[in-house]
Write a protein that binds this ligand. Structure first.
Ligand SMILES: [Zn+2]
Length: 258
């Protein structure tokens, strides 16, 4: 069993706008990567000028995400199919059940999700932060979602849960209204300098979202910023917790008893 990384996110493009460099780097190192996206982004922008009508946007963005996933090296993309912009009003356990099933099926050592501020403050992102935290516990607990266990999915204990986060200072320097965290709360610093071009190429797969990525790509120093992606270690089952890390898989044994 090799290294496996699961991303639990909300919309097509979250994977690229957020941890895209991390994904590309670990994929190139041979890590298996699975992306579970709660919605198909059907309530989002359709492009300027529109590339598709609002009715067809979910399908269109699914295609955009699959193209970006191919570039970044994501092996498998799963859509939960919940309503875009409606996760707050979706029963929490319905989303949690899907997240737990994704964990039990793929059995990742590491999960990446959103932090409590959701980077952009999108309520769907904030819900997915809570889902990731709850799924970290529930996937390992045979009492939770026992139907899955009866169907042959064994409980699975993820070793580490990370939140994709950015230092508030970086956002403040750009004067953008995004939700960062104090720099001294970041725990994990991933060198993504070798894959910045791939991340940028993945942005261009999300053409309906061009307004957003063009704004992001035009910020002063974007490429330097994109040369490192940062995280907060939110939960860990490892005995050892140390100082700043430069590897999401630090301390993880690849072969684990189930
Ligand atoms: Zn999003």
């Amino acid at each position: 069993m090799g290294k496996r990384l699961l991303l639990l996110l909300a919309h097509p493009d979250d994977e690229t706008f957020g941890p895209g460099g991390t994904i590309a780097r670990y994929a190139r190192e041979g890590v298996s990567i699975h992306l579970a996206t709660a919605t198909r982004g059907e309530a989002g922008q359709t492009g300027t000028p529109p590339l598709i009508g609002q009715d067809g946007l979910g399908d269109y963005r699914e295609g955009e995400l699959r193209a970006a996933a191919g570039l970044l090296g994501i092996g498998f993309v799963e859509f939960f199919g919940f309503g875009d912009g409606r996760l707050v009003s979706t029963p929490f356990d319905s989303i949690l059940e899907r997240a737990v099933a994704a964990i039990r099926r793929f059995r990742p050592q590491v999960v990446i999700g959103f932090g409590p501020g959701g980077v952009s403050g999108h309520p769907d992102h904030m819900v997915m932060c809570d889902i990731a935290a709850a799924a970290f516990d529930a996937a390992a607990d045979p009492v939770r979602f026992p139907d899955q266990v009866q169907d042959g999915l064994k409980p699975w204990a993820v070793q580490k849960l990370y939140r994709f986060e950015v230092s508030q200072a970086a956002f403040d320097a750009w004067q953008v209204p995004l939700k960062g965290v104090p720099a001294d709360t970041l725990t994990t610093f991933i060198d993504t300098s070798a894959v910045v071009d791939l991340k940028v190429a993945a942005f261009y797969c999300h053409r309906t979202q061009a307004k957003d990525y063009e704004r992001m790509l035009s910020r002063d120093g974007f490429r330097e910023f994109a040369a490192q992606e940062t995280y907060v270690l939110a939960a860990s089952r490892l005995a050892v917790e140390g100082g700043p890390e430069t590897d999401l898989f630090f301390g993880i044994e690849e072969e684990q008893p189930i």
